[in-house]
Ligand binder design. Structure first.
Ligand SMILES: *Cc1c(COP(=O)(O)O)cnc(C)c1O
Length: 359
């Protein structure tokens, strides 16, 4: 794939303070773009951030025809820049896009665009421990056309934002039994922009009640657990097994979730993927059968949950998270290189990844 590159003449990096910034508002210097028109993806290019036009009548702004991905690039002590399982993100955006009637984006456009952009802006990958460069690929309907129909033209873009040291504090969450994030037949399995807009009000209400996040339950009876915020959930049984809701069309299938399940299995732990009722969880916490609860996702890695509120009653978990900690050490070790990458998940920029021939 040929990528036209127009470099910025004014890098924002010189005025960027790695020790003092807010995640998500500072973007790196460049963006990768490709257009879909006349039935094909074309015009792959990298331009300075900001040199992009979006029409006010575009499909995405009115009807939310948009899907996204999220991943993180890390800098190792050796200076190598690594990504974990980026091909999985390339596959998942295809699954997400299909549900929103967005044409399939070839994996090589996703991956080669990502690597070329990362190479150009690699100085932005923070070197502080636990720092990372958050990568946000997304596709949106670009037709300037108010008719309610799928767009004929699309833009694929990748933007990147430095993310600082992140120590997730243990969370207090509320089991939501009124609002619904996703319903059978809907878009819950897709990283569709509208899913997040629809979660804002319920989450805001929970936060006003003093909780950090919600645990979403099934849309029909609100008795089975689905996921929380942008995290998949794991429950640790006192016998050491991991229990996690079976993904279906209402649960976003996290790549971190899959990595954690595989790491747990490598350690000899059993993983039960099945329906998990709220009663089983709160009853298990009360009886001591469930000893740890944590969420897993790119944004948080592993985030412990210490309080779960259900129907006005609060269930408290131990502050010790031995199983979660062990898995977290393995996950972080894969990125730092301290844990052997038996599965070949780690991709090193400019080593494993040769521009122009990824397939
Ligand atoms: C992105 C996301 C996750 C986590 O997926 P990862 O691939 O692990 O980052 C979980 N739930 C929702 C709703 C998400 O959007």
């Amino acid at each position: 794939m040929n990528i036209d590159i127009k470099q910025t003449t004014q890098s924002a990096y010189e005025v960027f303070d790695e020790t003092n910034f807010q995640f998500g508002s500072t973007m790196t210097d460049h963006v990768f773009l490709a257009d879909y028109k006349e039935g094909a993806w074309q015009n792959a290019r990298i331009v300075p951030f900001g040199d992009v036009y979006i029409g006010l009548s575009s499909t995405v702004l009115h009807y939310g025809q948009s899907v996204f991905e999220g991943m993180k690039a890390y800098k190792r002590a050796s200076g190598d820049i690594v990504l974990l399982r980026p091909e999985e993100n390339a596959k998942r955006i295809q699954v997400s896009a299909a549900r929103l009637a967005i044409p399939e984006l070839p994996k090589d456009i996703f991956l080669e665009g990502l690597f070329a952009l990362l190479k150009l802006d690699k100085k932005w990958v923070p070197s502080m421990e636990n720092g990372s460069l958050y990568v946000r690929p997304f596709i949106f309907g670009a037709d300037e056309m108010l008719g309610v129909k799928p767009s004929d033209t699309y833009t694929f873009a990748i933007i990147m934002a430095p993310a600082g040291e992140y120590y997730p504090k243990p969370l207090s969450v509320k089991v939501e039994t009124n609002f619904t994030r996703a319903c059978p037949g809907g878009t819950g399995f897709s990283k569709a922009a509208g899913n997040y807009a629809a979660s804002y009000l319920p989450t805001k209400q929970a936060q006003a009640e003093g909780f950090d996040q919600l645990i979403w339950t099934d849309a029909i009876q609100h008795t089975y657990i689905e996921e929380s915020g942008t995290m998949n959930l794991f429950f640790i049984h006192k016998n050491g097994n991991l229990i996690t809701p079976q993904p279906n069309d209402t649960i976003l299938k996290g790549i971190t979730r899959d990595t954690i399940m595989q790491l747990a299995k490598q350690k000899g732990l059993e993983v039960e993927e099945r329906a998990v009722s709220v009663d089983e969880v709160v009853g298990g916490i009360a009886s001591g059968d469930i000893t740890e609860v944590f969420g897993a996702g790119t944004a948080v890695n592993i985030s412990y949950i210490h309080f779960i509120s259900y129907k006005g009653k609060v269930y408290e978990l131990s502050k010790e998270n031995p199983v979660g900690n062990e898995l977290k050490v393995l996950l972080e070790g894969l990125r730092s290189g301290e844990v052997e990458d038996v599965e070949g998940w780690v991709k090193v920029l400019e080593k494993d990844i040769q521009l122009g021939n990824s397939s």
